[in-house]
Design a protein around this ligand. Structure first.
Ligand SMILES: Cc1ncc(COP(=O)(O)O)c(C=O)c1O
Length: 405
């Protein structure tokens, strides 16, 4: 079929595909445990729901400006001032249909065909495909020491004349790693010196553990003028458990935001008026749900790490944030796709293969579900993989018999 070259080269989202697989198995009545998920299970803040309901009742739901409603931009400005210590002008802010769309618009605004975008591995599954969608070339850098913490030297080695942008995502999906302040300082300085765009994907910045505080890249920036090429992307999806509301934003220099807004105005127009209003409710409302979610995730992280540390053959690096972990399962096989499929087939636990995030041998396990999902899920995985397991495992009424070695 005569599809475009871009269409032929774009794969589906591995994580969204797995959501579909889990839903199909559940609909068949299989006792699936979904450790592959990417969204908190709690309810959105009441302020968001009330805001949306009152607007819905008014029936006044119209087009909005392509860069977002004045009320949402004002809320984002206040949020930026609180977490990043500077007060952007409305012209520095664009609201979008999720952080995803903000990243896409930023890529559209700065990349030419063949422009390169560098990001550390392991990386969010969408970065390579997003860069390709814009005709750019994705360049992943894997930390030489095999850790989840990038070093500026690794990035320096791959920078060339085609490099336009570096993307940094900390806390990181899939590893849960929170990059050290020294790396953030280095990468801000490096991009300023080399004139590169630096996109900070901060979507998990408040979901951090062990008393950490969200890092602010502007603290390390020398250039805070309208020439700054620092772009902050964030949104309501994760911190407010509002994944389905599809509201994110970008903050950057005026020229960039103007270009991104022009692009967005033709692609989608402004995001839904109703959902922007809900986002204003969340951002300006009582913030206790964010701390509640953060504390729940920290507790879930502790349970998951304890379970995995008792699992011979698995190496787990403790996540410092997010709701993901990225344990090394290479002891059980080098193909993470095969391993993930084996676990799904044998014990109906959904995991995401590490190869999708640029690191073979790992599986991404989420801990955004219940404690029971975490403990039962890991018990099942252990039973499936450990040759010393008993021969039988009961899942509810269902008896599983181990017929493999
Ligand atoms: C690292 C990262 N960035 C961006 C997004 C997209 O967020 P949104 O739901 O706001 O589009 C996700 C969602 O999984 C993510 O993990």
């Amino acid at each position: 079929m005569s599809l475009s070259l871009i269409a032929k080269n774009i794969g589906e989202s591995a994580t969204l595909k797995l959501n579909e697989v889990a839903a199909i198995l559940r609909a068949k009545g299989d006792p699936v445990i979904h450790l592959g998920g990417g969204e908190p299970k709690g309810k959105p803040p009441l302020d968001a729901l009330l805001a949306a309901t009152s607007m819905l009742n008014s029936g006044e739901i119209r087009y909005t400006p392509p860069d977002g409603t004045p009320a949402l931009k004002k809320a984002i400005i206040r949020y930026t001032e609180e977490f990043y210590g500077w007060r952007p002008a409305p012209e520095n802010v664009m609201a979008s249909g999720g952080a995803k769309q903000a990243i896409m618009s930023a890529l559209h605004a700065v990349l030419d065909p063949q422009s390169e975008v560098i990001y550390p591995a392991p990386y969010w599954v969408s970065y390579p495909e997003m860069v390709r969608l814009v005709g750019g070339v994705p360049v992943a850098v894997t930390p030489e020491d095999g850790s989840f913490i990038p070093r500026i030297e690794d990035i320096e080695q791959v920078v060339g004349s085609y490099t336009k942008m570096v993307i940094v995502n900390s806390p990181n999906n899939p590893s849960g790693a929170v990059y050290p302040e020294s790396f953030i300082a280095d990468v801000v300085e490096f991009c300023e010196k080399r004139g590169l765009w630096l996109l900070m994907d901060d979507i998990y910045h408040r979901l951090i553990f062990d008393g950490r505080k969200p890092l602010n890249p502007y603290d390390y920036a020398k250039d805070r003028s309208e020439n700054s090429k620092l772009i902050i992307v964030n949104g309501v999806s994760k911190q407010y458990a509002m994944t389905g509301f599809r509201i994110g934003w970008a903050v950057g220099n005026r020229q960039l935001i103007e270009a991104m807004t022009n692009i967005q105005s033709h692609e989608t127009s402004g995001p839904s008026a109703l959902l922007q209003h809900a986002a204003v409710g969340a951002i300006n409302g009582i913030q206790s749900s964010v701390e509640g979610l953060r504390a729940t995730l920290e507790n879930n992280r502790n349970v998951l790490v304890n379970e995995l540390r008792a699992f011979d053959g698995v190496i787990i690096e403790e996540p410092g944030g997010t709701f993901y972990s990225f344990p090394d399962f290479s002891h059980y096989g080098t193909s993470s796709v095969k391993l993930s499929k084996f676990i799904l087939d044998k014990v109906q636990v959904v995991t995401v293969p590490g190869v999708e995030f640029g690191m073979e041998g790992h599986l991404r396990l989420s801990y955004c579900g219940s404690i029971k999902d975490i403990t039962d899920g890991i018990e099942r995985i252990k039973w499936a993989l450990d040759p010393n397991s008993p021969n039988e495992l009961y899942i509810g009424e269902r008896k599983l018999v181990r017929d493999w070695t």
